[in-house]
Design a protein around this ligand. Structure first.
Ligand SMILES: [Zn+2]
Ligand SMILES: [Zn+2]
Ligand SMILES: [Zn+2]
Ligand SMILES: [Zn+2]
Length: 323
């Protein structure tokens, strides 16, 4: 084998090529303000109290500055325990105080008046107001300026670019969260056993692929001035049937990932199996890609066709692509 393997760093391809500049993605001035769409999707305006309807009107929300009255209104929805918003279904105590549904489940009495929380009393008027107000994204403090209808908040917050990054290591054992800039330092400090290879064309060698149960093999590849995480995961997708999932992640944003392509190749015994795709941002993680088989997927029989003494070499090639 002429290619470098994970037992030694590759030196034949220096990684001096700079990454291409990110595609300019200026927000289109023609795009309607978020508020317009949101108020249209809300409940019939006849059911909305007048004060709230004004606030959700054009110019009242979206990414623009939030008026003081609007802030006053959203602050009425603050949960007194966790300071997150109390969103529909809105339940109140016997005296009319609100608490969010997550906190309510852990409480035996009202945090404001100590009164009974049961039986549940719904506050339909506040629910109607909530439907007419745009709430700031949960990550407003880290830079997100979006305000959203409460029904759109969770979906946006899952993909919000200001959401903190989680540790990209597969498996749920590490609970670290932080900024993108801090991810590499975390990996080097807390996951010292992960090897790094330099170069755009390397061999990811997974040893002992017959280890029982769910197993992850992880290594890092550095090229084009970026760090990529290579993951091979063995899972039992259904009873008695084991599958392998191989994928490349970029330690970077989704937009940065679009500048690259990766190829995974199993090669040998007069056979070849190839998968090519855009690397996934670590912001998105591996779990959903594996669940949707959006990666190189093969079963134990195929793994054995390519393995050598229980060790499987996956050729990994990363390239830049012109967007
Ligand atoms: Zn709460
Ligand atoms: Zn109360
Ligand atoms: Zn956001
Ligand atoms: Zn970690």
């Amino acid at each position: 084998m002429s290619r470098p393997s994970s037992t030694g760093p590759s030196a034949n391809k220096p990684c001096s090529k700079p990454p291409p500049p990110p595609t300019p993605h200026a927000p289109s001035p023609a795009a309607p303000p978020a508020a317009a769409t949101i108020s249209a999707a809300g409940p019939g305006s006849s059911a909305v109290p007048a004060a709230a309807a004004v606030i959700s009107g054009p110019g009242g929300g979206g990414a623009g500055p939030v008026s003081p009255q609007h802030h006053e209104l959203t602050s009425l929805f603050e949960c007194p325990v966790c300071f997150d918003y109390v969103l529909p279904p809105i339940l109140q105590c016997q005296a009319g105080h609100l608490v969010c549904n997550q906190c309510r489940q852990k409480l035996s009495c009202c945090p404001t008046c100590r009164g009974a929380l049961t039986p549940s009393i719904r506050n339909l008027a506040m629910e109607k107001v909530a439907s007419a107000v745009l709430f700031p994204c949960k990550y407003a403090t880290t830079g997100c300026s979006l305000t959203l209808h409460h029904t759109e908040k969770p979906e946006h917050e899952d993909v919000c670019e200001y959401r903190p990054y989680s540790c990209p290591c597969p498996g749920a054992s590490c609970k670290w969260q932080g900024s993108l800039e801090a991810v590499m330092a975390h990996l080097m400090h807390a996951h010292k056993s992960i090897t790094t290879l330099q170069g755009e064309d390397i061999v990811f060698l997974a040893t002992d692929i017959d280890l029982p149960g769910a197993v992850d093999w992880v290594m890092m590849q550095s090229c084009f001035g970026y760090h990529f995480m290579l993951v091979l995961e063995k899972q039992e997708k259904y009873e008695g049937h084991q599958q392998f999932f191989a994928i490349v992640l970029l330690i970077g944003t989704r937009k940065q990932a679009e500048n690259f392509a990766y190829r995974l190749e199993l090669n040998g015994n007069r056979r070849r199996l190839t998968w090519e795709a855009t690397p996934r941002s670590i912001h998105d993680g591996v779990a959903s890609a594996i669940m949707n088989s959006d990666c190189l997927v093969f079963d134990t029989a195929i793994a054995h066709l390519f393995a050598d003494n229980g060790n499987l070499g996956i050729n990994v090639t990363i390239s830049t692509c012109c967007p």
